[in-house]
Design a protein around this ligand. Structure first.
Ligand code: GRF
Length: 218
């Protein structure tokens, strides 16, 4: 039976599109139960509607304070009863009330190899630090910022001519493979979330899946 997921977005939704694309291609055994955004203008919402996915918007400004918004967001997620909640470009920090309501069931994709470069500008931090390899991380969300247990990572090269934008674009291509692969792994029971996520790596091929080589020449 497919894994029911809720996908939370704030913007373009390219990771949402990658997940839905993998589902439609039969490569990700999941079902998107709802797409939820904090921004009504998020372009990813229009994509979700075009695919017939159910959507909801929970705007912070509609609530008197952060904890109340956080509670309403958690209620919107709980209403679709997902097994796993995927933060896919959700640009707000979910509060402790939210995290405690879905322990070990929330994952986030971050555009850096954590624990390096947490926060909002991972690619720019990587450029400023002069690292030669960066990438993306899928981690379980805890009450800190990008501090939760790491589930999977994919590495990409940082090229001499890169700026934050070109590096982020390369990292996103890796995200678009890694995130659906992780969701599929959870659906199959090959990846366990929680305090100490486990990835059952049976062969080198599986390891490649979790650090996908770039096939587009970059
Ligand atoms: C991704 O790079 C993700 O790592 C970061 O925000 C970006 C969202 O992109 N958290 P998109 O909305 O999925 O296109």
């Amino acid at each position: 039976m497919p894994l029911d997921i809720a996908v939370l977005i704030s913007g373009t939704g390219s990771n949402l599109m990658a997940i839905q694309g993998a589902i439609e291609a039969g490569a990700c055994d999941a079902r998107i139960a709802a797409v939820i955004s904090d921004r009504p203008a998020a372009p990813g919402l229009a994509y979700a509607e075009s695919r017939g996915l159910s959507t909801a918007v929970v705007r912070p400004r509609a609530f008197p304070d952060r904890p109340t918004w956080d509670g309403a967001l958690a209620d919107a997620v709980a209403a679709c009863d997902p097994a796993v909640i995927v933060l896919a470009g959700f640009m707000r920090i979910v509060g402790p009330g939210f995290v405690r309501r879905f322990p070990g069931r929330i994952i986030n994709v971050h555009p850096a190899l954590l624990p390096a470069f947490p926060g909002t500008d991972g690619p720019a931090q990587a450029i400023a630090a002069g690292v030669r390899i960066s990438g993306c991380t899928v981690h379980v969300v805890d009450e800190g910022v990008d501090t939760g247990p790491i589930v999977a990572q994919a590495a990409v090269p940082v090229l001499q001519a890169d700026d934050a934008e070109s590096l982020h674009a390369r990292i996103q291509r890796a995200e678009h493979r890694l995130l659906p692969a992780v969701i599929h792994g959870v659906a199959r029971g090959d990846i366990g979330l929680g305090e100490r996520p486990h990835v059952r790596t049976a062969s080198e091929d599986d390891a490649c899946l979790l650090s996908p080589p770039l096939s587009d020449g970059t």
